[in-house]
Design a protein around this ligand. Structure first.
Ligand SMILES: [Zn+2]
Length: 411
């Protein structure tokens, strides 16, 4: 099947995420297949972690993206691998993983917040080219003409065997059809290897965004099984039954009128007619999705403060003597060497306070008895003043705080 029009390509992908609450149905289907002898994956006798995965030849990992100026032990790890790529197709897989990484790093907000990520490629050799769930290590297959799913237990087993903490797993598929899917319970996404835009759309699902396009078939499906698309829509940052929800972005024209969307032609709205969550071929996320992604990236890594030294303790006061003690902050944040439409972007704002008095300093502050006498309290707030984030809730994720209780050893 050829890649179809942008709208269709965009539409197929997102069936996936909204169906994540529909696993019972899938389980029933799998069980039914098992009964008729068509589903050898879970028949109770077959160990899904058998030698097909064990024998899959892994060739180590290759770091595709990792900004060295951000020395951060808690970077969000994204691993890209593939299912359906034979030994002869490993270079194709690597090229597709690289192309996806390159594309992701020119899409806002990942472009500016790439320092919070580390992207690694791990080759994985399949016995068969394309979709062959019986033979290939991750057991990926097409659930529908649009949606691809892998064997969740195989994915988990493979990921656990990597030996590092993986935040998101991207399984590229060696197929011609525009397949994709986000599988929240198994914490992985699937996407056709030759279309990076689809993989980025699916990755945004993994972060928590919903589809913005219209697909009445999805609505009908939900109605059929008693689920409410509207309820789901209202739980997502980029869907709502209330078109005034994004007024904060509309008042200065950053956002136009909300559009009918989130599968519905009426009753549900998405923030914009132009967003990667509406069409996978769109270059950019809308301002609402971009805001959510910035906040979510910070949430995943724990805010802009990586580490503060000396290590603060709520139980022990930090001694301050005649010679200065240096308080140091290791920080993570945006990079401004990338092309940006936000010319007023500012670096992180750091605010130190000693017993409530503001002290002007950067990521280092030295204190001695001259500054701090007796018992005192030192606090610091680090905040990313990004203009991409406006809501109070999202802004919470962009700030870190730290407090030291001090004791002067001088008389
Ligand atoms: Zn959007």
């Amino acid at each position: 099947m050829k890649l179809r029009g942008a709208k269709e390509v965009g539409q197929f992908v997102a069936q996936v995420s909204i169906r994540r609450r529909g696993r019972c149905r899938l389980a029933v289907v799998s069980f039914a297949l098992m009964l008729v002898g068509c589903g050898p994956e879970y028949n109770g006798l077959f160990d899904p972690l058998d030698d097909r995965l064990g024998k899959a030849e892994q060739q180590g990992s290759e770091t595709l993206f990792d900004l060295s100026e951000f020395a951060d032990p808690n970077k969000l790890e994204i691993v890209i691998t593939g299912d359906g790529y034979t030994a002869d197709e490993q270079e194709l897989l690597r090229q597709q993983a690289k192309a996806l990484t390159d594309r992701l790093m020119i899409v806002d907000p990942f472009s500016r917040y790439g320092g919070l990520l580390r992207i690694r490629f791990v080759p994985l050799i399949s016995a068969r080219s394309g979709l062959a769930p019986e033979q290939n290590p991750l057991g990926c297959s097409a659930m529908t003409i649009r949606r691809a799913v892998c064997d969740e237990r195989r994915v988990r087993h493979w990921r656990d065997g990597l030996g590092w903490d993986v935040g998101e797993t991207i399984v590229l598929l060696n197929v011609a059809d525009p397949l994709g899917g986000a599988h929240h319970k198994g914490r992985y996404i699937t996407a056709i290897g030759s279309a990076p835009g689809i993989a980025i759309h699916e990755l945004a699902h993994a972060f928590g965004l919903a589809d913005e396009y219209i697909d009445v078939a999805v609505v009908a499906e939900h109605v059929q099984r008693g689920a409410s698309v509207l309820k789901i829509a209202d739980s997502k940052p980029n869907c709502s039954t209330d078109p005034t929800r994004w007024a904060i972005w509309q008042k200065d024209g950053s956002l136009g009128e909300p559009e009918a969307g989130c599968y519905y032609t009426a009753r549900a709205y998405s923030p914009s007619a132009h967003c990667k969550m509406r069409y996978t071929t769109e270059a950019a996320f809308c301002v609402v999705c971009r805001e959510f992604l910035v906040a979510e990236l910070y949430r995943r890594v724990g805010g802009p403060l990586i580490k503060a030294t000396p290590e603060p303790s709520p139980w022990r006061r930090t001694p301050i003597g005649v010679s200065p003690t240096t308080f140091r902050l290791d920080l993570r944040g945006p990079r401004y060497d990338v092309i940006s439409d936000d010319s007023r972007a500012a670096p992180l704002i750091i605010e130190w306070k000693l017993d409530g008095r503001v002290i002007v300093a950067g990521s280092e502050l030295s204190l001695s008895c001259d500054n701090a006498r007796g018992a005192s309290k030192l606090s610091v707030t680090v905040r990313d003043p990004s203009r991409w984030v406006r809501s109070a809730a999202a802004n919470l994720a962009l700030a870190s705080e730290q407090t030291w209780w001090l004791r002067s050893s001088c008389r």
